[in-house]
Design a protein around this ligand. Sequence first.
Ligand code: PNS
Length: 162
Amino acid sequence: MKRETVAVYPGSFDPPTNGHIDLIERSRKMFDKLIVAVIVNPTKKPLFSVKERVKMLKLITKNIKNVEVDTFDGLLVDYLKNKKLKIVVRGLRVISDFEYEFQMALTNRKLYPEIEIIYLMPSEKWTYISSSLVKEVASFNGNIINFVPTEIERLVKLKYKL
Ligand code: PNS
């Protein structure tokens, strides 16, 4: 029997953006299952709790087949090893992403040589979007409707009590 191929898309998703959805849609077609893995404690203090980020991801992926949402704490490689998984998907938007991703990929590979990290480019419509920019715009009462799904816009606004 063919073993199912499972990939992990890790991130902070604070909050999930249209760019994240694009990446989920692209990568889930390449594998039998895609696990969107939300980091519990990102380096930067998150706006949304892990529970809220998971809830948002479940909401926006509810109609997307073969996608699961999970959480991880600590090292990504430990999560992968525990789950016996080795394929990771990450998005590459602009050149500045490359340096960070390159360092992270090589560190992860040193820690877990079996890992393979696949980089996908989102549609050019979303190459400039990041969760940080979405938060900055929203914090100054700017319109974020072009950057995140409607349900997420509502929750971000609620956070900033706009
Ligand atoms: O959405 P982000 O913030 O770019 O995601 C970064 C993330 C969560 C994938 C990365 O910071 C991560 O894997 N953190 C877990 C800790 C870890 O494994 N660090 C070593 C990798 S260099």
